[in-house]
Write a protein that binds this ligand. Structure first.
Ligand code: SF4
Length: 332
């Protein structure tokens, strides 16, 4: 992982770049390592220091984040970079309580930064660590109720010496050895004391309280193309889902949203819906397209020329709309 330092470096007194660690931890919230790697490299190339990121244009950062999802993270990333530069001279505070005052940094991220970047004995508990603790101590109470007990077990095991290496090692153990299915107990350094391995219960742990069924919301996305190829897009409101990202004008999202076309035109409803799943609901967007002449006026959004339009700058849900609409557009 590009944000890690080489094995043994910490032993020799080298600590990782807190900026790179923070960036990785924010990106890894709700996202896999495989997906984050490319984005982390891109951000480190575009903005190699926190000073560079704090001076970046909001739109450039949102566009670079497009596709990674959970866009509130990108807005908080910028706010946090600016707060660190304005209030802490560009250096992340080492104190857990001060880290918690920064935008987008919750208890887990604060602990991860303090532990990994500053080698402080914080308790870092992600899904991997929860699984390892549940198995090591054969804890059958379901998550999330068991979270405090699992955290307490992880805290008790955190050593005073090289706690940053320890935190990463337990997370890596969960990611690569004590995996959700088929844990490789034969390769595990904790196979001797592991209570679930002895009891034969590892495969059923950790137990989880069943989730409620995910609801489905519906909406309409309007794709307008001018006869010179320009497309009508709007920046979504700062608050709410996909906040601050570029998107197609559309209706509200709900059970039966009212139509809200951005201009009067002959609309064509496409047969294929754009489907996307957020954390708490599935979204089904009906895609409507139209072409208009250069004089057409819209009540919302603005036209972006074909040369300036980059589908990669759209969040995934909006890119899916474009992929469905493009074959129906004459100049796409
Ligand atoms: Fe996980 Fe098996 Fe190791 Fe126990 S022995 S911690 S179940 S990999």
């Amino acid at each position: 992982m590009p944000w890690r330092i080489p094995p043994g470096a910490r032993k020799r007194g080298t600590l990782p770049d807190p900026y790179a660690v923070w960036l990785s931890e924010v990106m890894l919230q709700q996202t896999t390592v495989a997906a984050v790697r490319e984005y982390h490299n891109k951000f480190m190339c575009l903005w190699p220091t926190i000073h560079d990121l704090s001076a970046a244009d909001d739109a450039d950062v949102m566009a670079a984040w497009a596709g990674l999802g959970y866009y509130a993270r990108a807005r908080n990333l910028l706010k946090c970079a600016r707060a660190v530069v304005a209030n802490h001279g560009g250096e992340f505070p080492t104190d857990h309580a001060l880290l918690l005052t920064l935008p987008g940094i919750g208890p887990y991220t604060a602990a991860a930064i303090a532990s990994i970047a500053f080698d402080l004995p914080e308790t870092v508990v992600d899904g991997n660590v929860e699984r390892v603790m549940a198995r090591l101590y054969d804890i059958h109470d379901p998550l999330p109720k068991s979270k405090p007990a699992l955290t307490e077990k992880a805290r008790a095991l955190t050593p005073a010496r090289r706690p940053g290496d320890y935190a990463q090692a337990v997370m890596d153990l969960g990611a690569t050895v004590c995996t959700p299915r088929n844990p490789a107990c034969g390769n595990c350094p904790w196979r001797t004391p592991c209570a679930a391995r002895i009891a034969g219960t590892a495969a059923e742990l950790p137990k989880k309280t069943p989730k409620k069924k995910t609801p489905t919301r519906h909406g309409i996305a309007y794709v307008v193309q001018r006869d010179d190829g320009a497309l009508l897009l709007e920046t979504r409101p700062e608050s709410g889902l996909l906040g601050g990202m570029l998107g197609w004008p559309g209706s509200e999202w709900g059970d039966a949203p009212a139509p809200a076309p951005p201009l009067d035109a002959n609309w064509q409803t496409l047969n294929t819906q754009a489907r996307h799943t957020f954390t708490h609901f599935h979204l089904r967007l009906t895609v409507m397209v139209t072409t208009v002449d250069a004089q057409a006026a819209s009540i919302r959004g603005k036209f972006i020329s074909a040369a300036d339009f980059d589908p990669e700058s759209l969040p995934t849900a909006m890119r899916k709309v474009y992929d469905i609409a493009a074959p129906a557009l004459s100049n796409a």
